[in-house]
Ligand binder design. Structure first.
Ligand code: MOS
Length: 696
């Protein structure tokens, strides 16, 4: 725990310290950093899903006034490491998906660059392609591991035998579509390349300045010390900014072609649909064998997912079924199809979001099959220890979340049977689902504390605030750990010159960076005592936590939804959702609530709207913009409430706190789909819940 001398900053609903700068427009986002006469690069994207570039004609583009350079493979091949296909931008003519960068134009204005890009003529040799799941011709394969580094397959006991012996059996297949992160701020960069000595400065919209620096150093073959990445404010990422992508390499190539000049790149919405990752579509078969009293004997979760031939990505959709519920026999598998499609990547709660849609819908189906209340079913299958590792839980409070949520939501007034409540033209129902997310701490962060002349402390760590509240929460943590007021802390984040920080991913920021700040504060007090002199300085890393080997660490939650489905049109409305979460100590209730309700709104959007529709003939997403790919807007969202248990996890880290960035999305879509079934008696197993699914 933090020292008892804490200032009480942790736990207070402190307003965002950068809030005023943001709403008055003075907080600079990546594209907004000011340079005299910047240049602008605009990529040309492949129009075929598979093949190779035969030739590129840039003469018309170069004829346009204001065009400063064109970039094609013959111009820049051999200048960057080509092992990782995502970063091998313009290194050869191979085309792995439609929407891949095949050329670019640099010009005086973004408008000229964009117009010139349309004048570039690319001639392709076209190969056959395959973009649909399951693939008609390609073999599925088992990845070496899934996204978290976990095994692709696990098995315990004879699941098939237990299934065969079970009184109640569920065997259902669920599908989730491609979903796109769509942060409000698009992916943007400004690159400046200096020669003699060679140096790169990159202003980037990223979840991790040090990840970008490390990756670009490898790709460019440049010493990391020669690269500086700056990113003080980020307008959302949801995982897609957790790694650099091809556009980062492109803007650097453009800057290197025009040394000394600042080159700006802002991807368009459409370009983001092929260049910055997305949640791959999944097909998930779930089999559960249970007794009539609801006790589960066997649980099998088989996942088939899209990956890209250009670069593997294995969403860990089945891992939630390894630990959520008790079962003496269990099997989980992941199989990938390497398709000619853009490279999938992290999107808010990768794995848990699609996986828990499938598992929690299956649990609802099992509840009806057993004639049990869905909350009671879950309570009857609570494991005393983590079924996967056999370890005790650092704090498993799912049952409390379910009970507290049921009470707050008014669960017990619901009609028992589906299609039991009609209000005018609307069928009305309620649904519930569980949520889960691991309590992760990443290694490799370091914080530095310096006492200034005015008595304030400068606290430095290269962390990221992607809209989550890092600026504020780390300030509160530092204040408590130093025993001073938050106004005596000057936080510095978002610059690779600051001490190294891990990526803002896996909801690990508060735990990883916060622990480093606490450790640095302890080191500071140990080294400098009660009366430190100005200039006193200490550094410390995120400590290793031996309790990681002794406890299974997870956050849990319950999600409740009320749904109305129009009897004539099938339109689905969600007037009310409630989430009750267990996430350890809450550092800042204001920013945490915003994270949790934001995740729930994204889950609602996943339930009702989001689907990248692929045209199998050409391999592209036909609705690749915000007009066609609808993200929940104000009119779609009713009352969204998030609560949390009063809880401290004594094992997870010195703060007793877990992150809240991702768990909010987990379970929301299942709760809504389960409520839609309760309203209508129509079970929808394929997201999203579009009106047509409830008609006919
Ligand atoms: Mo989060 S999707 O792990 O950046």
């Amino acid at each position: 725990m933090i020292g008892t001398e804490g200032s009480g900053a942790v736990g207070a609903p402190m307003e965002r310290i950068e809030g005023r700068a943001k709403v008055t427009g003075t907080a600079p986002y990546a594209y907004e950093h000011d340079f005299p006469d910047p240049l602008h690069v605009h990529p040309v994207l492949s129009t075929v899903p598979r093949g190779r570039v035969r030739s590129v004609d840039v003469s018309a583009a170069q004829g346009l006034t204001g065009v400063r350079a064109t970039l094609t493979a013959p111009d820049v091949a051999g200048t960057v490491g080509a092992e990782d296909r995502e970063f091998a931008v313009l290194q050869d003519g191979e085309v792995f998906f439609r929407g891949q960068i095949v050329a670019a134009v640099v010009a005086d204005t973004p408008e000229i660059a964009r117009q010139a890009a349309t004048l570039v003529r690319v001639d392709y040799e076209v190969d056959d392609h395959e973009v649909e799941l399951p693939p008609a011709r390609r073999e599925l394969y088992r990845p070496e591991e899934v996204n978290t580094g976990a095994e692709a397959d696990t098995a315990r006991g004879d699941a098939d035998a237990v299934l065969a012996d079970s009184t109640v059996r569920i065997d259902r297949t669920y599908r989730t579509p491609r979903e796109y992160n769509n942060p409000m701020e698009p992916h943007c960069s400004i690159a400046v390349w200096e020669t003699d000595p060679e140096r790169l400065v990159l202003y980037d919209s990223t979840q991790g300045v040090h990840v970008v620096r490390r990756t670009l150093a490898e790709v460019l073959g440049l010493d990391a010390e020669r690269i500086r990445v700056i990113s003080p404010h980020v307008g959302g990422g949801f995982g897609s900014k957790g790694s650099p992508h091809a556009h980062n390499v492109l803007v650097v190539l453009a800057a290197r072609a025009l040394p000394g000049r600042a080159v700006k790149l802002a991807l368009t919405r459409r370009q983001m649909f092929s260049l910055v990752g997305y949640r791959p579509n999944t097909i998930q078969r779930i089999r559960i064998g249970a007794e009539e009293d609801g006790r589960i004997g066997a649980l099998v979760h088989d996942v088939v997912e899209t990956s890209s031939l250009a670069k593997e990505y294995a969403e860990q959709s089945g891992v939630c079924s390894r630990m959520m519920y008790t079962a003496r026999a269990r099997r989980t598998t992941h199989r990938l199809a390497a398709l000619d499609v853009p490279i999938p990547f992290w999107m808010r709660a990768p794995g848990e979001a699609p996986g828990m849609f499938a598992l929690e819908t299956a649990m609802d189906e099992l509840a009806y099959a057993c004639g049990l209340d869905p909350i009671e079913l879950r309570l009857r299958n609570e494991p005393g220890r983590d079924p996967e590792s056999g370890l005790p839980w650092s704090g498993r409070h799912l049952a409390r979340c379910l009970r507290q949520g049921a009470e707050r939501f008014g669960w017990d007034t619901r009609p028992e049977l589906p299609r039991g409540h009609r209000d005018g033209d609307w069928w009305v129902g309620t649904g519930v689902a569980s949520a889960v997310y691991p309590r992760l701490t990443l290694p490799g962060s370091e914080a530095e504390i310096v006492l200034e002349r005015d008595g304030s402390h400068t606290v430095s760590i290269g962390a990221a605030d992607i809209g989550t509240g890092t600026w504020t929460a780390l300030t509160q943590i530092a204040a408590d750990a130093l025993g001073c007021g938050p106004d005596r802390v000057r936080l510095r984040i978002g610059d690779s010159r600051l001490p190294t920080a891990s990526v803002a991913g896996g909801s690990s920021g508060i735990s990883s960076w916060g622990s480093a700040v606490v450790a640095a504060a302890r080191a500071f007090r140990d080294a400098h005592g009660d009366r430190p002199a100005p200039g006193a300085r200490s550094r410390a890393e995120t400590p290793e936590n031996p309790e990681r080997e002794e406890y299974a660490m997870y956050s849990f939650g319950s999600q409740f939804a009320e749904v109305r489905v129009n009897a004539d049109t099938g339109e689905v409305r969600v007037p009310r959702i409630l989430g009750v979460f267990s996430a350890g100590r809450i550092i800042n209730p204001r920013t945490a609530r915003s994270q949790l309700t934001g995740g729930m709104v994204m889950g609602l959007s996943m339930a009702l709207h989001e689907e990248g529709v692929v045209d199998p003939r050409f391999g592209h997403v036909v609705n690749g913009d915000l007009a066609g790919y609808h993200v929940a807007a104000n009119a779609d969202v009713g009352r969204v409430e998030a609560e949390w248990l009063d809880e401290v996890d004594p094992h997870v880290n010195a703060l007793g706190a877990a992150g809240v960035g991702e768990i909010g999305i987990v379970g929301t879509a299942a709760a809504i789909a389960n409520a839609a079934f309760h309203a209508t008696g129509v079970r929808v197993r394929d997201l999203p819940l579009t009106p047509d699914r409830f008609l006919g």
